[in-house]
Design a protein around this ligand. Structure first.
Ligand SMILES: [Zn+2]
Length: 456
């Protein structure tokens, strides 16, 4: 498994990600900032609530201090709080120890630079990888220091100050025993909601369900609880609070495309004509809604580091991903499910969700279909598929893998950034075409994988 990845570091705890790696990462992160001209960096360090998070967080802090830098230890908090701290305390960088939405065996690191600027493989993670793999020992530098700070109240105040609910809502929050429960409860109570908490106590064993609202089966208890208690809606957060799930008052799951559409319409009312970024595999719904509301759509590669960079480059007001990560310029351009949740509640105070969904263009979009393909082959296979279509003179986009446009839909195949799979996704406005495109796409991916396997 590749642990130094396009946008973050992630692996199994403790065999791959452990205190030893944590110390090296802390040290190497300071060296990276030194190389970029910051002599004695000030760095925020936080962590989620996984089994190894505490000891790895402590090790990261040790590593940073031993490199002569200053740590602001903000404890166990959602990832967006690290970005928020880095921006508002004008720090030089931030590190969050987190396994995000992954199963409990996982742990890793997310990073940001000044102003919560994204740090990805090319502008930092590779440097850290080189140091960690070099076998070099940490050579302590004097002058390092650390302090502890509870930033949660500031963070809550910041979001609450930007949120105005025009009625009292009763909501259920399911934090899946990740780290977002406590802050979510305090935030939503602060803005005037009655909050019923489900699995808001952090527990790294995730005894109830995986903290990943993108997997529909993790929302079952939330759906039930909303209906049982007659709440207005339910919100779910992933393990580190940057991905959101949503359930309406009938207990129905509201998919990310609908949430994104709500946010698009609202953003274009606040900032008419602004730029909005969506990822390569988003439903055409999003492009339609942006254009209908007078916005300028921009397409990004899949992955939060690509989106965040593109957002800064273009000064976009809002970005969203199919995986229900939302980024607001108003919120410094990082993904924050708590900010997004508060904004969605504000919008829904004045909007009938059923009517809104009815007004959206109707497309049938598949889930991500993940087809196993070895890491070293996945890019080659997708390239072959791209060549196949280029030869046929059909309209394609190769921004991220390949996307083929048909009269009445599209099909996309791309190598996963993170796992040995090719991710297939497709969409059409009618069921028959949808079925046809799906079968065609899966067949072509499988046939090129087989071809490569046979040539081995
Ligand atoms: Zn996450």
């Amino acid at each position: 498994m590749k642990i130094f990845r396009a946008g973050d570091i992630r692996g199994i705890y403790p065999s791959m990600v452990n205190p030893e790696l944590g110390r090296k990462i802390g040290f190497a992160f300071v060296k990276l900032l030194n190389k970029n001209g910051v002599e004695k960096p000030r760095i925020a360090v936080g962590a989620d609530a996984r089994l190894g998070s505490k000891e790895v967080r402590e090790a990261v802090i040790e590593g940073i201090v031993s490199a002569g830098a200053h740590v602001i230890d903000i404890g166990h908090i959602p990832s967006p709080v690290v970005y928020y701290t880095t921006v508002t305390l004008e720090l030089d960088g931030g590190i969050q120890v987190t396994g995000s939405h992954n199963p409990k065996e996982f742990l890793g690191f997310k990073f940001c630079g000044r102003g919560a600027e994204p740090i990805d493989y090319d502008n930092g993670i590779k440097d850290m990888e080189d140091f960690c793999k070099s076998g070099k020992e940490i050579v302590s530098v004097p002058g390092g220091s650390k302090e502890e700070k509870d930033i949660s109240e500031d963070f809550i105040n910041f979001i609450a100050g930007k949120t105005k609910l025009s009625k009292n809502l009763s909501i259920v929050v399911d934090a899946g025993n990740g780290i977002a429960g406590d802050i979510a409860k305090r935030l939503f109570e602060r803005i005037g909601c009655k909050v019923d908490c489900l699995y808001c106590e952090p527990d790294g064993n995730f005894p109830n369900h995986l903290a990943n609202p993108l997997e529909k089966n993790t929302l079952r208890d939330l759906q039930k609880r909303v209906v049982e208690t007659g709440a207005d809606m339910g919100l779910a957060f992933d393990g580190d609070g940057d991905r959101i799930g949503f359930v309406d008052k009938r207990g129905e799951i509201i998919i990310g495309d609908v949430l994104f559409s709500l946010l698009v319409e609202d953003t274009l009312k606040r900032s008419p004509g602004s730029k909005i970024i969506y990822d390569f595999i988003c439903s055409k719904t999003i492009d339609d809604v942006i254009r209908k509301n007078g916005g300028q759509p921009i397409v990004s590669r899949v992955g939060y580091n690509f989106i965040r960079k593109l957002m800064r480059k273009n000064g976009a007001e809002l970005s969203g991903e199919t995986s229900a990560h939302f980024y607001f310029k108003e919120n410094y351009g990082y993904d924050d499910a708590l900010f997004a949740g508060a904004r969605i509640l504000e919008i829904l105070c004045n909007k009938n969700l059923d009517e809104f969904i009815e007004s959206l263009p109707k497309y049938i979009v598949s889930d991500d279909i993940r087809i196993a393909c070895k890491d070293e082959k996945k890019v080659l296979v997708v390239d072959e598929i791209k060549k196949h279509f280029q030869e046929q003179n059909v309209k394609i986009s190769d921004l991220d893998g390949v996307k083929v446009f048909f009269d009445n839909g599209w099909a996309a195949a791309r190598p996963s950034n993170t796992t040995p799979v090719i991710v297939a996704r497709w969409e059409s406005s009618d069921q028959e075409t949808f079925n046809r495109i799906g079968k065609f796409l899966i067949d072509i991916v499988n046939s090129y994988i087989e071809k490569y396997d046979a040539s081995e």
